[in-house]
Design a protein around this ligand. Sequence first.
Ligand SMILES: NC(=O)c1ccc[n+]([C@@H]2O[C@H](COP(=O)([O-])OP(=O)(O)OC[C@H]3O[C@@H](n4cnc5c(N)ncnc54)[C@H](OP(=O)(O)O)[C@@H]3O)[C@@H](O)[C@H]2O)c1
Length: 237
Amino acid sequence: MLVPNGRVIMISGANRGIGSAIAKRLNAAGYRLSLGARDLSSLATLTDEWNTKNFLKAHYEAEDVASHRTWIDKTVNKFGRLDGLINNAGMAARVTVEDADDGTLDRMWEVNVKGPLSMVREALPHLRRSGAGRVVNIASLAGKIVYDAGIGYSMTKFAAVALSHATRHAGWADGVRCTALCPGYVATDMTQAIESFPRKDMTKPEDIAEVVTTVLALSNSASIAEVTINCRDEPMV
Ligand SMILES: NC(=O)c1ccc[n+]([C@@H]2O[C@H](COP(=O)([O-])OP(=O)(O)OC[C@H]3O[C@@H](n4cnc5c(N)ncnc54)[C@H](OP(=O)(O)O)[C@@H]3O)[C@@H](O)[C@H]2O)c1
């Protein structure tokens, strides 16, 4: 098992939902954190009582590639190292097979796939130097199962799973391990409008944070490539 103390982890979309739960859990575990968000003021309450030596806040906009390199540079300048990247920021919009709304689909590609890919590219040299670098992509069960004709989000999350496997291959020889985390419904803002399934039975963001903490702590010889998390009985591929 890896000891958290001293290790530096970046989390995108750390300001709310799953990202915020991961940040709280990793801070409690003793990691040093680099928190990425579109609006830095939205991170204020999260870090209110944290020791400023142990965290950094930086601008992360998935659709602005320049912000990716700047965030990584700030992180390495402050902490002198980088040990983990949690690609969490994401968006969900309904695009069906017969919709001609490529604008929404293109945005989802930028946020759910191209942003994370760019972050992996920028982070890999530093993660290799760590000797035990970790990447966790918050994909989705929609990246494992196609539920209906709503193909847009699912396509991007299948791609996020593919990115995870490719990252594992790219970094393996240098100790980088990558996990695709694939939850079903999680009780966050993203699922606020879901009426077909009771909110009280959705997975809690804190449970996702617990899984991330475990995956980060496992040694190089115990890599978990994919984690699927169900809150209901559903068929798996
Ligand atoms: N909730 C679920 O049921 C569920 C299930 C499976 C997977 N996931 C995945 O889990 C991840 C987190 O989702 P969540 O449930 O915590 O959703 P959420 O509460 O809606 O939070 C989404 C996060 O992504 C950030 N974000 C959105 N667009 C962005 C952009 N263009 N650039 C940078 N950041 C952006 C948001 O920032 P702002 O606050 O600035 O908008 C926010 O921090 C996503 O990748 C999602 O697809 C969620």
